[in-house]
Design a protein around this ligand. Structure first.
Ligand code: NDP
Length: 399
């Protein structure tokens, strides 16, 4: 039984809190801390009876001394960071200063610069190793479960892996003209950057959303997927042996792309401050304030997500192609935890990673990505805690 701390109280955090609190035999006490304490309070008020005790705290996670004081007072063994990627380094620093393990779902981004890479978090490896602490990076769905699917294929299904195509389809309808499924600022930063994929030892860069293809998504059918850069590619290139190519495909509706292009064309996705009537305003942050809160989409969301990996390699000397995937229904997530499927598919894996860490099943001092651990207990828990997966062998390679 372990005390943990969850930082952040958005759509993803609401699922992490709910799922962790439903397992008091593993997570005996939870501190939920975020910038706006009233939002934390609103999450705890919806918890069912018999949940683990959840104590609410206010914290500015950009402020290391404030974090250190809170962690020292609350004494968690592990901090789950589901605030924003901007806070990754400050929370890692506070964990080091207090002797606390760390877990997150998205890699560090600098608020003033485009680009997301693991290098700044991997640079903490030696300090975590020397302190006998573990930091687990990218433990959501993608990154997270998609990395685990690759590790599972490497362990159980294939002798060699040559190519990986990760696919992410949200075929849901939230009945809004334009909205993002997780934090709008992070989401729009991600997809307005150049696409990038790795092939034969080098990274190839293409203009944003310039390459697409029709893909048959399991449980959803044919949709157009766009080649974008996604952070799990960076760690999988290092950790999956023999990989020759890895790409990432995500679906966007025509309406979504049209809105995005217009917003870009008028400068609303800029991240540099613009002076407006004597005040600096960052257009993307202002846009975030206008868009629906992703958590608020949950109530009327219909349809499914279909996310997974298409992996090609060899088994017993023969070519073999498999796809491993999960299909998640927005309305079922809402019934279970009051959240939409994008928050759910991120929050459940974060709870599972935390479970494996506090129970000692995943234990290594240093900074690691999820595919560097045994995927089997994670795969078992996905089935157990709401994200069942399937494996299909394909007779030809559609990629
Ligand atoms: P939200 O914007 O809904 O929530 C973010 C939360 O972080 C808010 O509660 C916000 O506080 C809090 N926060 C922001 N800055 C600070 C700060 N300085 N100090 C304390 N708290 C702060 O985001 P989501 O729930 O949609 O996403 C959470 C994380 O999950 C993000 O990092 C996102 O990138 C990641 N993610 C990962 C996915 C995966 O599959 N791996 C998929 C989807 C998301 P306030 O309420 O005051 O604004």
């Amino acid at each position: 039984m372990s005390r943990i701390m969850i930082i952040g109280c958005g759509g993803v955090a609401s699922v992490v809190v709910r799922k962790c609190a439903s397992r008091p035999e593993v997570f005996s006490h939870i501190t939920l801390a975020s910038r706006t304490a009233s939002r934390c309070q609103a999450i705890t008020e919806k918890l069912p009876p018999n949940s683990a005790p959840v104590v609410v705290e206010q914290v500015d996670a950009d402020n290391v001394p404030e974090l250190v004081a809170l962690i020292q007072r609350s004494k968690p063994v592990l901090v789950i960071n589901v605030a924003l990627p901007y806070q990754d380094l400050t929370i890692m620093e506070a964990c080091l200063q207090t002797g606390t393990h760390y877990l997150d779902t998205a890699n560090y981004e600098h608020p003033d610069a485009f680009g997301f890479e693991y290098k700044e978090q991997w640079a903490y490896h030696q300090r975590f190793a020397d302190a006998g602490l573990m930091a687990l990076l990218g433990c959501g769905f993608d990154p997270g479960v998609t990395n685990i699917f690759c590790a599972h294929a490497q362990k159980e299904l294939l002798d060699t892996i040559r190519t990986v195509d990760i696919f992410d389809c949200n075929a849901g309808d939230h009945h809004q003209a334009f909205a993002t499924n997780f934090n709008p600022e992070i989401n729009i930063r991600e997809i307005t950057q150049p696409g990038r994929y790795w092939e034969k030892g080098t990274w190839k860069t293409i203009p944003p959303l310039s390459e697409s293809k029709m893909i048959d998504f399991p449980g959803v059918g044919e949709r157009r997927g766009y080649l974008i850069y996604h952070e799990e590619q960076e760690s999988l290139v290092k950790n999956i042996e023999g990989l020759e190519r890895i790409r990432f495909w995500m679906t966007f509706s025509e309406a979504y792309i049209t809105h995005l292009r217009v917003l870009e064309n008028v400068g609303m996705t800029r991240i540099d401050p613009v002076m407006y009537e004597g005040h600096p305003v960052v257009p993307l942050q202002f846009l975030k304030a206008l868009l629906p809160d992703p958590g608020s989409l949950a109530e009327n969301y219909q349809g499914k997500t279909s996310i997974g990996c298409h992996i090609h390699g060899t088994k017993d000397g023969q070519a073999k192609t498999v796809r491993i995937f999960n299909i998640c229904d927005h309305a079922e997530c809402y019934t279970e935890v009051g959240a939409q499927a994008v928050s759910y598919t991120t929050g459940v894996p974060a709870m599972i990673g935390a479970d494996l860490m506090v129970s000692g099943l995943w234990k290594k001092a240093g900074v690691y990505n999820v595919e560097q651990f045994d995927p089997t207990p994670f795969m078992e828990r996905l089935n157990q805690f709401g994200l069942p997966w399937a494996v299909e062998e394909l007779s030809n390679d559609p990629f």
